[in-house]
Write a protein that binds this ligand. Sequence first.
Ligand SMILES: [Zn+2]
Length: 383
Amino acid sequence: MILRKLIMVGIIALMVFAGGIPLLNQRNFKEVAVKGPGITEVFKLSKYFEGIKGTIADTDVFVFKGQEEGGKVLLMAGTHENEISAMLTAFLFLENLTVQKGTVYLIPHFNYSGSLGTQPGGGFPLYYSFKTPWGEKKYRMGDRGLQQLDQWPDPDVYVHYPDKQLLSYIDARNTNRSWPGRPNGFLAERITYAAMQMMKEEKIDVAIDLHEAEVMFPVTNCIVVPDQSRQIALGVSMSVKAKEKFENHLEPSPSSFRGLSHREIGDYSDTLPFLFESPGPGLDQITGPKTNELLMSGKDGFILEASKYGILYVPYDETGWSMEKRVGQHASLALEVIKQFSRRNPDRTLEVSGPRYPEIVEKGLGSFFTDPSTVDPSMIIYQ
Ligand SMILES: [Zn+2]
């Protein structure tokens, strides 16, 4: 009898162990990038707030400083680490962005903890990847919030600071509900606090927060902005539609919904916030298996069926919504915001170059990445 129980305990322990190994490997997996010609400096976000130093939240900030002084822009990806076109735009920029005038700060994994494990029970693969002319590039599939390993326990109800709005317990780990943050709050609040300190200290003119949203969710394929950013966003939306032939509408940032970057950054600093949502069919609930192919191509039979009932918020057909289109949109919108901001603020202009939508769609995402095995080890970036 005891022997049988011991065997059972052994089998269960083995299953737990075997199930845990891939998760541990994913947490320790490093994404590889090659340092692009535009990067002039790298530092940690804790430069602006010691309270995250030495924690998993202390993420890398890449600086692209032009020859000439000018305006300053912060680009954040990985607020939600399961919205992969955001991170891939950041990785594309890491290798391809150049700045002639002004400064761009780029954070590929704003919520670094969230990148270390995927959504439990969501059926997502642990990694996603795409092909390049020289091989495959592979990344960790993350989650929407910080890992519970890094911020635990969740409260019964998350009380937003300083507004006291009551939000879902799960949003205590959501770095797009924790703005403007506070120095002694949850780790999620300390991350956004550090970023707010950065924006104030560096006098950042524009902050862009990159996301991806379900195609059955109304706030998708759009730019979310508060009043003070609306004119620029409107110019951006019209310009990309006319010149690059893709649609991207404007959504107003609601003033009664607290904790979001497009609301609090504008309310608590002089920085102009913009939040981009690209359409991510792979995030929708109704899809078939969450395969790498679905995540990258956005092709899914169930979404296609749903499109016939008019319940999607984006146009959709059997071509899906490729990663090239999603990353291309993010890249073009970001570069266009910089351009339009510069046009309206002659004393704070920036000159920034990088790949845009038509080129990315035409050449394919893989063609913009350098083979890490061909460069000096000092040029490799691990994320
Ligand atoms: Zn998001």
